[in-house]
Design a protein around this ligand. Sequence first.
Ligand SMILES: *Cc1c(COP(=O)(O)O)cnc(C)c1O
Length: 425
Amino acid sequence: MKIESKCIHEGYKPQNGEARALPIYQSTTWKYDTSEEMGKLFDLEKSGYFYTRLQNPTNDCVANKICALEGGVAAMLTSSGQAANFYAVFNICEAGDSFISTKNIYGGTYNLFDVTLRKLGIECIFIDQDASEEEIDKAFKANTKLVFGETIANPIVSVFDIEKFAKIAHKHGVPLIMDNTFATPINCRPFEFGCDIVTHSTTKYMDGHALTVGGVIVDSGNFDWMKYGDKFHGLTTPDESYHGITYCERFGKGAYITKATAQLMRDFGSIQAPQNAFLLNIGLETLHLRVPRHCENALKVAKFLSTHPKVAWINYSDLENDKYHALQQKYLPNGSCGVMAFGIKGGRSASLKFMDSLKFVQIATHVADSKTCLLHPASHTHRQMSDEQLLAAGIKPDLIRLSVGIESVDDILEDIKQALDKVEI
Ligand SMILES: *Cc1c(COP(=O)(O)O)cnc(C)c1O
């Protein structure tokens, strides 16, 4: 199937006489005729359902659809993008380990890596994504377990050089994990460029309508954990907390996701509600229609802003003079996404005046849904960060993050135009 058809048909294929729409399995538990049968499920000897915290058929169908869209071998849904990134890292890192991440990542992920994981004894070494291979090499330690980056960074919308980082990660015997939220598998499938594991906040384009918070982790199945067995002993040696199972031996390419389900979902329980998975699935059916429209509208808005006398600067990699245009052409040739970042001349106060003058475009702590919206990270999402931290993460205090929706671009442009007129510089 082509990707457009996968958006609609993957994950759930009704048999003769079954419902065409994905059923919601609104049940905590499953019933078995014999105690032995249920025991086998607990031993992971048989696959089947017993408790929704571990697995639910509605969730599995949606995870399998996203898995097919990314071209992976196994996937799991989580309650949020935050949970997805936490599980993705914690599945292979433990106290005493370190990992490498680019520093210009989503604020919530930055905080998770810099503060919360540090409390758990896991060190995140932040690097500049534009650093040379030699500089990045120097960040690796003997205890480094993975490299992390965002395909399109939220909110500065820089484009990640997937092949460069995959090569460096593999040279050091660790996987590359990428948050592919903004690109979606419609515009970029990181596995095709050597990435090993992909995460998403499904809250964004995948849901697409700002209805449900959710996340997903997809494994390409390509990373050879056994080759570096000592490093990834959680996957390559028996798990005493799960009947002595060795995930790599028992589950092969499914080892990473099975471990994340059997250990992390069991213990932390960040399951996606089946109702939310059902709504997410409706969003996924039109992902291939919405993403190109977001990009088309966004490019028109970006072109308008880039020549406006009151606009100080703009980041949108589809623009020919953008710093990341060459990488966008390589990894996202059909367009990057609907999100851009820009600043208004006159700085912080002019930016606020602009935002407060908008009538059609909404101020919202969101991106990547059907309605055009914007926010000012320094006063909203990143307000816990100091100015130094903001600048270190590449976020200027005047940065406005604009998420272009799928309304008529004429209405979006008209509103932005009139709001800019109200700004005095
Ligand atoms: C929103 C977002 C997250 C966090 O996802 P939630 O679903 O809000 O928990 C992670 N990464 C990126 C790139 C995001 O945009």
